[in-house]
Design a protein around this ligand. Structure first.
Ligand code: ADP
Ligand code: MG
Length: 248
């Protein structure tokens, strides 16, 4: 009985391994695709969410973004590393958010909650019309979302581009922070020039895993930090921006 189960699991893992293409970096390959992640990917592929994984878009210490394919459509597949995750820092953004009350406090379940949290936050942002990747699905440490980029390359970060009309971009970002706060009851909590992609002159907010609801005890502090980062980047007035955002 157990042997049968193990052989079924191995079959699933083997079939998923065949669907990973173009990941030539062996370090990433070994680090990211452990058995449990392969089974999560298998689940998503079996559900018809993804057909293939097609190479690394960005690799980081705690998560890696892959280009995924569903038919001819590109997808962004964000895979969190459970082993090296800074799960203690994550807790600061989970505790106090009533949506995730009563979760288990071990490393694995904190990382899984982190992923679920990004999915839910992206959904909320989409519902109130914030430009952000549309969430598609998630499973354990794997999040699947709309791919923001051209021909498999992500749009550049705000930090990397030369802006023609910086004030217009600043105004838009501030309006999105306000709409998130007043309309979606959400504070991004990790907003900076690194977590905004630029589609020509249109800013798109990404990386929503830290975002908390307004009732979170640290929401106010996170909001101030987000606004501080953005006003600093654009050389704008912090107090004025804060007043604008909070004037719901
Ligand atoms: N939906 C997406 N479409 C295309 N590229 C993405 C997407 N999400 C993230 N990326 C790429 O991966 C990078 C890191 O993503 P991010 O969500 O900020 O993860 P991290 O938690 O590692 O900061 C981004 O700067 C961007 O280049
Ligand atoms: Mg980021």
């Amino acid at each position: 009985m157990l042997e049968k189960k193990i052989s079924l699991l191995d079959q699933k893992i083997d079939s998923m391994l065949k669907k990973i293409k173009g990941v030539e970096d062996f370090k990433i390959y070994d680090e990211v695709f452990d058995k449990s992640t392969l089974l999560s990917l298998y689940y998503l592929s079996n559900k018809g969410v993804i057909d293939l994984l097609y190479g690394v878009v960005k690799s980081g210490k705690e998560s890696n973004i892959f280009l995924g394919k569903k038919g001819r459509k590109n997808l962004a597949v964000k895979i969190h590393l459970v082993g090296t995750s800074d799960y203690r820092s994550m807790l600061k953004y989970i505790d106090g958010d009533i949506r995730f009350r009563g979760i288990k406090k071990n490393r694995r379940s904190i990382v899984y909650t982190w992923v679920k949290k990004e999915y839910k936050n992206l959904k909320r942002a989409m519902e109130c019309g914030i430009p952000a990747p549309k969430p598609v699905s998630f499973r354990n440490n794997v999040l699947v979302m709309e791919f923001l980029g051209k021909r498999g390359h992500p749009y550049p970060m705000l930090k990397e581009v030369e802006l023609d009309k910086p004030t217009a971009v600043y105004d838009k970002i501030l309006e999105y922070i306000k709409r998130l706060y007043c309309g979606c009851n959400l504070v991004h909590a990790d907003l900076s020039e690194y977590n905004i992609l630029m589609k020509d002159s249109e800013p798109i907010l990404i990386d929503f895993s830290a975002a908390v609801i307004r009732e979170h005890p640290m929401a106010e502090e996170f909001l101030r930090r987000d606004i501080y980062n953005i006003t600093r980047f654009f050389g704008e007035d912090f107090e004025k921006a804060l007043e604008y955002v909070k004037g719901c």
